[in-house]
Design a protein around this ligand. Sequence first.
Ligand SMILES: [Zn+2]
Ligand SMILES: [Zn+2]
Length: 131
Amino acid sequence: MKIDGACHCGEITYEARVDPARTIVCHCGDCQTISGGPCRVNVPALTENLTVTGTPTSYVKTGGSGDAVTTAFCGTCGSALWSGKGDTPAFVFLRTGVIRQRAELIPTAQGFCESGQPWAMEMAKIPVVGR
Ligand SMILES: [Zn+2]
Ligand SMILES: [Zn+2]
Protein backbone atom coordinates (compact mmCIF):
# COMPACT_ATOMS: atom_id res chain seq x y z
CA MET A 1 0.00 0.00 0.00
CA LYS A 2 1.04 3.58 -0.54
CA ILE A 3 1.74 5.52 2.65
CA ASP A 4 2.96 8.95 3.59
CA GLY A 5 4.72 10.17 6.67
CA ALA A 6 5.63 13.44 8.34
CA CYS A 7 7.60 14.39 11.42
CA HIS A 8 5.84 16.36 14.14
CA CYS A 9 7.03 19.78 12.96
CA GLY A 10 6.44 18.99 9.28
CA GLU A 11 9.99 19.74 8.13
CA ILE A 12 10.43 16.18 6.83
CA THR A 13 7.77 14.41 4.79
CA TYR A 14 7.98 11.25 2.74
CA GLU A 15 6.04 8.77 0.64
CA ALA A 16 6.70 5.05 0.32
CA ARG A 17 5.15 1.69 -0.47
CA VAL A 18 4.85 -0.94 2.24
CA ASP A 19 3.33 -4.34 2.82
CA PRO A 20 1.23 -3.88 6.00
CA ALA A 21 1.61 -7.61 6.76
CA ARG A 22 5.32 -6.98 7.43
CA THR A 23 4.71 -4.58 10.31
CA ILE A 24 6.67 -5.72 13.36
CA VAL A 25 7.27 -4.70 16.96
CA CYS A 26 10.85 -4.61 18.24
CA HIS A 27 11.53 -4.81 21.99
CA CYS A 28 15.34 -4.62 21.78
CA GLY A 29 17.26 -2.39 24.16
CA ASP A 30 18.38 0.00 21.41
CA CYS A 31 14.79 0.53 20.30
CA GLN A 32 13.82 1.32 23.89
CA THR A 33 16.65 3.83 24.35
CA ILE A 34 16.46 5.51 20.95
CA SER A 35 12.67 5.72 20.88
CA GLY A 36 12.35 6.73 24.53
CA GLY A 37 9.57 4.17 24.89
CA PRO A 38 9.11 0.47 25.72
CA CYS A 39 9.34 -0.73 22.11
CA ARG A 40 9.23 0.40 18.52
CA VAL A 41 7.00 -0.51 15.56
CA ASN A 42 8.54 -0.75 12.09
CA VAL A 43 7.49 -1.58 8.56
CA PRO A 44 10.09 -2.12 5.81
CA ALA A 45 10.13 -0.17 2.55
CA LEU A 46 12.42 -0.45 -0.45
CA THR A 47 14.60 2.65 -0.63
CA GLU A 48 13.84 2.95 -4.34
CA ASN A 49 10.19 3.52 -3.38
CA LEU A 50 10.97 6.11 -0.73
CA THR A 51 10.76 9.78 -1.72
CA VAL A 52 11.73 12.30 0.93
CA THR A 53 11.22 16.05 1.25
CA GLY A 54 13.57 17.76 3.68
CA THR A 55 16.88 16.57 5.09
CA PRO A 56 16.78 14.17 8.03
CA THR A 57 19.52 14.11 10.64
CA SER A 58 21.35 10.80 11.01
CA TYR A 59 22.82 8.86 13.87
CA VAL A 60 25.00 5.82 13.11
CA LYS A 61 25.05 2.98 15.61
CA THR A 62 26.53 -0.49 15.52
CA GLY A 63 23.71 -3.01 15.37
CA GLY A 64 23.59 -6.32 17.17
CA SER A 65 24.94 -8.02 14.03
CA GLY A 66 27.99 -5.70 14.02
CA ASP A 67 26.73 -3.76 11.00
CA ALA A 68 26.54 0.03 10.94
CA VAL A 69 22.90 1.06 11.17
CA THR A 70 21.91 4.61 10.31
CA THR A 71 18.87 5.94 12.10
CA ALA A 72 17.20 9.00 10.61
CA PHE A 73 15.21 11.55 12.57
CA CYS A 74 14.10 15.15 12.29
CA GLY A 75 16.84 17.42 13.62
CA THR A 76 14.29 20.03 14.60
CA CYS A 77 11.52 18.11 16.38
CA GLY A 78 13.30 14.79 17.01
CA SER A 79 10.63 12.56 15.46
CA ALA A 80 12.05 9.12 14.58
CA LEU A 81 11.77 8.38 10.84
CA TRP A 82 13.55 5.18 9.80
CA SER A 83 16.73 3.11 9.98
CA GLY A 84 18.80 1.26 7.40
CA LYS A 85 22.06 -0.67 7.19
CA GLY A 86 25.09 1.06 5.69
CA ASP A 87 25.31 4.21 3.56
CA THR A 88 23.01 3.11 0.74
CA PRO A 89 20.56 0.60 2.19
CA ALA A 90 18.34 -1.35 -0.21
CA PHE A 91 15.52 -1.01 2.28
CA VAL A 92 14.74 0.89 5.45
CA PHE A 93 12.56 0.21 8.45
CA LEU A 94 10.04 3.02 8.69
CA ARG A 95 8.85 4.01 12.18
CA THR A 96 5.10 3.65 11.94
CA GLY A 97 4.27 6.42 14.44
CA VAL A 98 5.05 9.11 11.85
CA ILE A 99 2.97 7.42 9.11
CA ARG A 100 -0.46 8.94 8.48
CA GLN A 101 -1.96 5.50 7.79
CA ARG A 102 -0.50 4.00 10.99
CA ALA A 103 -3.88 2.68 12.14
CA GLU A 104 -3.76 0.27 9.19
CA LEU A 105 -0.28 -0.95 10.10
CA ILE A 106 -1.08 -3.63 12.64
CA PRO A 107 1.94 -5.66 13.75
CA THR A 108 1.98 -9.31 12.76
CA ALA A 109 5.07 -10.26 14.79
CA GLN A 110 7.27 -9.04 17.63
CA GLY A 111 10.94 -9.63 18.26
CA PHE A 112 13.61 -9.33 20.95
CA CYS A 113 10.88 -10.10 23.48
CA GLU A 114 13.50 -11.34 25.97
CA SER A 115 14.69 -7.75 26.41
CA GLY A 116 11.16 -6.35 26.39
CA GLN A 117 9.50 -4.86 29.44
CA PRO A 118 7.13 -7.56 30.76
CA TRP A 119 4.30 -5.04 31.18
CA ALA A 120 4.69 -3.98 27.54
CA MET A 121 3.78 -7.55 26.53
CA GLU A 122 0.47 -7.24 28.36
CA MET A 123 -0.49 -3.60 27.96
CA ALA A 124 -4.17 -4.48 27.61
CA LYS A 125 -4.10 -5.45 31.31
CA ILE A 126 -3.09 -1.96 32.45
CA PRO A 127 -6.08 -0.07 33.85
CA VAL A 128 -7.36 2.74 31.66
CA VAL A 129 -7.73 6.17 33.26
CA GLY A 130 -8.90 9.48 31.88
CA ARG A 131 -6.41 11.78 30.28
ZN1 LIG B 1 10.31 17.72 12.51
ZN1 LIG C 1 14.95 -2.97 18.06
